[in-house]
Design a binder for this molecule. Structure first.
Ligand SMILES: Nc1nc2c(ncn2[C@@H]2O[C@H](COP(=O)(O)OP(=O)(O)OP(=O)(O)O)[C@@H](O)[C@H]2O)c(=O)[nH]1
Length: 262
């Protein structure tokens, strides 16, 4: 957690697309189910960071991790909690544990595993045995991280979601993690996950030279500590840049406690 009232979590699949693992482990559906449970709204598509209010003075931002190693490294730096979504009918892959190691090195978010596709097991004995095996392996490899089970889909409000009881448990756990104190390093450094950017270069300048240096405005919640004009910033995967200005905008997703005070 970086700022007092903001928590960031990311949802990862346990493998990269170029490998042989199963696609569609359920990352988007986990996010859609969480949004449905907390806000009672239907999220048709997961695109970019999603901010939801989960309490009087608490909100979380959810980001679906791209299926590539760079996305994973970048998100490990800013996420407070990583949900590692694993297709239970397929089991762990090499990449599951590779990724756990990357996260420890790059940012140290808390990790939990989320097991999906458990309804594919027809034999209850086999399901029990597989759950136990995966739970022990995950516990050992992560030095005690929790593994959640999402045992199947149910029809709610015209759409298919994970069961509301299991989603409730997952939401409670996410909320409990968001109460933990932030990592000291993160709390003392400003950082921002940009949810939108705009090219604000003067059009005339671009017309004269299409490859000219651009002025870019980045929008997002600032975490950690204050960002000052004139500071140099690092944009992950792009490089180091100067900051020509910082503007405080009105909160697009205000906390209920702030609304009351205002
Ligand atoms: N039977 C069953 N289907 C599931 C389960 N979880 C997800 N699905 C289905 O699997 C499909 C893919 O789910 P998504 O949430 O889009 O998976 P994803 O990981 O975001 O997919 P990609 O990013 O494209 O790899 C959807 O049709 C879901 O309804 C599950 O536990 N059981």
């Amino acid at each position: 957690m970086a700022a007092a009232d903001d928590d960031l979590m990311s949802s990862h699949r346990s493998h990269r697309t170029q490998r042989s693992g199963p696609p569609g482990v359920g990352k988007s559906l986990v996010i859609k189910s969480l949004v449905k449970h907390v806000t009672h709204q239907t999220l048709p598509e997961v695109r970019g960071p999603i901010t939801i209010v989960t309490g009087k003075d608490r909100r979380i931002q959810i980001v679906e991790c791209p299926n590539d190693i760079n996305g994973m490294i970048d998100l490990a730096k800013v996420a407070d909690l990583a949900l590692l979504v694993i297709d239970g009918s397929y089991g762990f892959e090499m990449e599951t544990f590779e990724f756990l190691n990357i996260m420890q090195v790059h940012g140290f978010p808390k990790v939990i595993g989320v097991l999906t596709h458990l309804d594919k097991f027809k034999d209850p004995k086999n399901l029990r045995k597989t759950r136990q095996l995966l739970k022990h392996r995950f516990w050992n490899e992560t030095h005690g991280s929790k593994l959640f089970y999402l045992s199947g889909l149910s029809e709610t409000h015209g759409g298919k979601y994970y069961s509301s009881k299991e989603t409730l448990n997952l939401t409670r756990f996410i909320k409990s993690v968001s109460k933990l104190p932030p990592l000291k390093w993160r709390a003392t450094h400003p950082y921002l996950l940009a949810d939108r950017f705009e090219d604000v270069t003067h059009p005339e300048k671009v017309e004269l030279d299409k490859k000219c240096d651009r002025n870019i405005a980045l929008y997002g919640y600032l975490r950690g500590c204050n960002l000052k004009q004139g500071m140099n910033v690092h944009i992950a995967g792009v490089g180091d840049y100067g900051l020509s200005g910082v503007t405080v905008l009105s909160d697009p997703c205000p906390l209920p406690s702030k609304n009351k005070k205002g």
